[in-house]
Design a protein around this ligand. Structure first.
Ligand code: G3P
Ligand code: CA
Length: 268
């Protein structure tokens, strides 16, 4: 479901597969979102950056080193930053073997390829604009691609959240396309929340910084669309952690192990 549903005596948070079901398939690949769908999850999260020739691709780190074989294919190109490689060069890389030989040949997807797979899988997306300070104009470019792919139509409104660690980036997305649901990654002070509520629909703190009181303070405010501000949190991969934040009343839990979180919430 798109939002938390009532169940028993509590609220069941939405479970979001972080970088796809990234405990079970290589993060941010199409295989990772296929895996989330196979496990029965509809919400996935990703990270978007830009290549040297201006293409949007899905990758977490600002370097290609950790999650591809770039050092073998392009040995002289340290430190292997995404922004120093063309989309065609990145398309040659193996983004699966580092994780498991079962995923050899998985690719770094372009955002366009990724959106089409999300659509095919009937999934929903928390899209993170990663390192926006490295990529001037990436907000507008991302929104343009989403529009071209049909993702800014009203029927997709409950299927897309755009988030960033950069408040400026979230504010820019909200200004450019006010209808888009936005999330701010971080933990604004309670006294700052009202300012954030002008441009963000959700606050998405790391789980360690969460308290019941903080969740209540966020829920007490209304976001730019007049609805109560929501709280997601990350990255919670064990049952005890999932039960703890669910008990605080969070609306969503971002996890590498969505099945573990689902089972924990079911036996809550
Ligand atoms: O969506 C939350 C989470 O993805 C933020 O941290 O570093 O995994 O992008 P990171
Ligand atoms: Ca992320």
């Amino acid at each position: 479901t798109g939002s938390a549903a009532r169940a028993g005596d509590g609220v069941v948070p939405t479970v979001i597969a972080h970088r796809g079901a990234s405990a079970y398939a290589p993060e941010n690949t199409l295989a990772a979102i296929d895996k989330a769908a196979q496990l029965g999850f509809s919400w996935v999260e990703n990270d978007v950056q830009r290549t040297k020739d201006g293409q949007l691709v899905v990758l977490h780190d600002d370097s290609l080193s950790r999650t591809t074989n770039v050092e073998e294919v392009f040995p002289g190109r340290a430190p292997w930053k995404v922004r120093d490689f063309t989309a065609a060069e990145i398309a040659r890389l193996d983004a699966g073997s580092w994780f498991s030989s079962a995923y050899a040949g998985a690719r770094v997807p372009t955002l366009k390829q990724y959106m089409r797979r999300v659509e095919r899988n009937h999934e929903k997306l928390v899209l993170e604009i990663k390192n926006p300070e490295l990529y001037p104009g990436i907000e507008q470019q991302t929104l343009k691609l989403l529009r071209n792919e049909g993702w800014l139509d009203g029927r997709h409104r409950n299927r897309l959240i755009v988030q960033s660690f950069s408040a400026d980036s979230v504010r820019t997305v909200h200004k450019l396309k006010p209808a888009v649901t936005t999330a701010y990654l971080g933990t604004p002070a309670v006294t700052e929340l009202k300012q954030f509520a002008r441009f963000t629909d959700l606050v998405n703190p790391p789980h360690g910084s969460l308290t019941r009181e903080y969740v209540s303070a966020v829920h007490a405010l209304r976001g730019p669309h007049g609805r109560p501000l929501r709280v997601f949190t990350w990255t919670v991969d064990n049952a005890a952690g999932a039960r703890r934040v669910a008990g605080y009343g969070v609306d969503g839990i971002i996890t590498n192990k969505p099945d573990v979180v689902r089972d924990a919430l079911a036996s809550h």
